[in-house]
Structure formats: C-alpha cells, structure tokens
Ligand binder design. Structure first.
Ligand code: TXA
Ligand code: MG
Length: 344
C-alpha cells in the first residue's frame, strides 16, 4: 500500500561489513542494542546467515516468527557462546557432554531436555520440553551471544520454506526492512546448516545432516546415529523436517544424467551430463568434485539458477558421502512437492 510505503523507514536495514566485533565496534554495539530492544539482527555464522533475536524475549521471538513467515509450531535453535553457557540452558547428559566437547564451537546442534534454569522463552521451543543448542564458531554470532549474555534464537535468515541465505545480499532480498541491522561478513564458509543430533531420548538420532559429517559424530559417540522417527517427515509436529524445504521457484529434477532443452543445470565435478550444451544456464558446484566446495556454493547456486526464470533445474548426481549427505538432503527437499504452508 502506497501510504504505508511512504511511512516505511527507508534507512532499514543498517548494513555493516565486518568479520569480528573489533572491525567495527560501533556497528557491533548497534547490533547488541537492537537485540536488547527486541529487534531482529541478521548475523553470519560459519554455516548460513541467521536471523537473530533475544531468545528470552517472547515479543522478539513473535516478531521473528512473523518476519520469516514461520509456523509457530517449528522450534528455533538457541545459540550460546560456549559449552558452559549451553550447560546452563539445557540438561547435557553424557552423550551431549561428549559431542559438545568434541565439536563446539562448530556446525553441530544438539537437541537436549530444557534445563530447570533454562531462560529460553517457551515459544522459541514451540512449547516443547526439549531445546536445540548450538555454539557457533563464527566470531560475530559468538561475540553477540556473549555480549548479550542471553541465548540468541536464530533460524536461517530466509523466508520459511525457501532457499537459505549464505550472503548478506540474500538476507536483505528476503527479509529487508524486517531486520534492524545486518552484519555482513561475506559468504558463509560451510554453506549448509548445522548438523542436528537429538540426544533428548534413546537412541541418539540424526535429525538433519549438515555441516558436520555423520561419520565424525558417530566416531566421537562410539555409536551409530538413528534416523528421525518415521512420523517426523509427515507430522506437522516437526515441521522443520517436513519434506518440502529450501524450495526455489523452479522445479528441481535430481540425479539428472541428461539435460532437456529449456532446463538449467546444477553440475558437480568435471564430467557434465549428456546434453549439457542445451542448458539455459549452468552452475558447477565444484568443477573438481570437492564436496566441501559444493556445500559452500549450494544455496547461492540455487538462487542464481532460479533468477534465470527457468521452470526446471536439472541437478547432476552428488555422491552421498561426507558433506554430500547434507547437500543431497537439501536438494531432495528442494525437489519435493510443495505444500501450501510454504506459500507456493
Ligand atoms: O546452521 C544452522 O543451524 C543455522 C544457523 C543460523 O545457526 N540455523 C538453522 O535454523 O538452520 P533453522 O531454524 O533454519 O533450522 C533449525 C531446525 C528446524 O528444522 C527445527 O525444526 C529444528 O531445528 N529444531 C529446533 N528445535 C528443535 C527441537 N527442540 N526438537 C527438534 N528439532 C528442533
Ligand atoms: Mg532453515
């Protein structure tokens, strides 16, 4: 509406380029102040950009759900600066202790029981008795959680159900003025979200493959990780695991060994599928076939191919090992039929 637009604050969001707080202390302080006032701040982590708010503030959490268009039944990850802070919010059993000490700070999220002193507002956990905890390695998110001295709720900084954001430009494009401050540290080095392991019950389950490979976790745990409960992929009780997610506007065709006229190609490795010359556009996730490079490029590549306006993106086969498990998981969800809940 024109009247509303003319009243909109055109100075938002305030965008600052920094990797560490000391690069721009004023911008960092502005982000801390915004969080203290219940506003939303976009913050890079080593995995993807997060849309951050004070996890103890119910109004801020409500604002965050609204900005993302996220169903209120989908809980958020609480980010804390170190292991000790995690242990104050959640009940860390022997398995959580072992995994947290092995991999934090880093791209691992642990689902544990809420601790008796947990300050995270119940709405951020969607009313569940469990809490997802992560200690990020990225200096800005870690320093923000330390400066605020409260857990920070931060989902990926994209519109719910759509492709995650790995650059500050992506965040501004998706969330724009809903955000008070955007801290821009350039592209995220890992490029896919944290691995989520549920240790709130038996057995330990891999809820989401991510930036930390399954094999490393299983080795540290001395046990195999179970799959999510079968109900989790269909039930609205666990919408984060719903099949359709990371969806570009274009349809996505997986494990393509050829390219049809009019399709765009998401390639991987030195060998292109048959008919690659017919592709309207090609992005190669990693010409040398390096899975870490492919993960870092994945969401940018999907956004870039989507911008060409093609109706279908053909995706070359990606091996399922290491980070390939997380890449394939994102692509399978990007290819899945889209429920109306995600606004398609
Ligand atoms: O790398 C990441 O994890 C990024 C950065 C910003 O930290 N965050 C992220 O958040 O990916 P989000 O909200 O996009 O994904 C979090 C997932 C959702 O699928 C949610 O359902 C699940 O974690 N989750 C959160 N709390 C949970 C809980 N108590 N039990 C089970 N799943 C939970
Ligand atoms: Mg997300």
């Amino acid at each position: 509406m024109a009247a509303d637009q003319s009243k909109a604050d055109v100075t938002r969001p305030f965008v600052a380029r920094l990797t560490r707080p000391e690069d721009d202390p004023d911008a960092f302080a502005r982000a801390v102040e915004a969080l203290k006032h219940g506003e939303l701040v976009a913050v890079p982590t080593e995995t993807v950009y997060g849309l951050a708010c004070d996890a103890t503030n119910p109004d801020a959490v409500a604002r965050l759900y609204a900005a993302k268009g996220r169903p209120a039944i989908n809980p958020l990850i609480a980010h804390v600066p170190d292991f000790e802070a995690a242990a104050r919010e959640g009940d860390l059993d022997a398995r959580a202790d072992r995994l947290g000490r092995a991999f934090w700070p880093g791209p691992l999220t642990l689902v544990v029981s809420r601790g008796t002193m947990c300050r995270v507002t119940p709405a951020a956990c969607a009313g569940r008795p469990t809490l997802a905890l992560r200690v990020p390695a990225a200096p800005l998110m870690q320093a923000l959680a330390r400066a605020l001295d409260r857990p920070i709720a931060a989902p990926s900084a994209n519109i719910s159900g759509r492709v995650s954001a790995t650059t500050a430009d992506d965040v501004v494009e998706d969330l724009g003025r809903a955000v008070a401050v955007v801290l821009d540290a350039g592209p995220c080095p890992i490029g896919v979200e944290s691995t989520i392991v549920d240790v709130s019950g038996e057995p330990a389950r891999l809820l989401r493959p991510g930036g930390l490979a399954r094999a490393a976790i299983e080795e540290a745990l001395g046990a195999t990780l179970a799959d999510p409960p079968a109900s989790a992929t269909q039930s609205p009780a666990a919408p984060g695991l719903l099949t359709s997610h990371y969806a570009p506007s274009a349809a996505v065709r997986l494990d393509a060994d050829d390219v049809a006229a009019g399709e765009a190609l998401l390639a991987f490795g030195p060998d292109l599928p048959d008919g690659a010359e017919r592709a309207v556009a090609i992005v190669n996730l990693s010409p040398t076939g390096d899975l870490a490079e492919a993960a870092a490029n994945l969401f940018q590549a999907l956004r870039r191919l989507d911008r060409t306006g093609v109706s279908t993106i053909a995706v070359a086969p990606i091996p399922p090992e290491g980070l390939g498990e997380a890449i394939r998981d994102r692509l399978v969800r990007a290819a899945a039929p889209r429920p109306s809940i995600h606004g398609d």
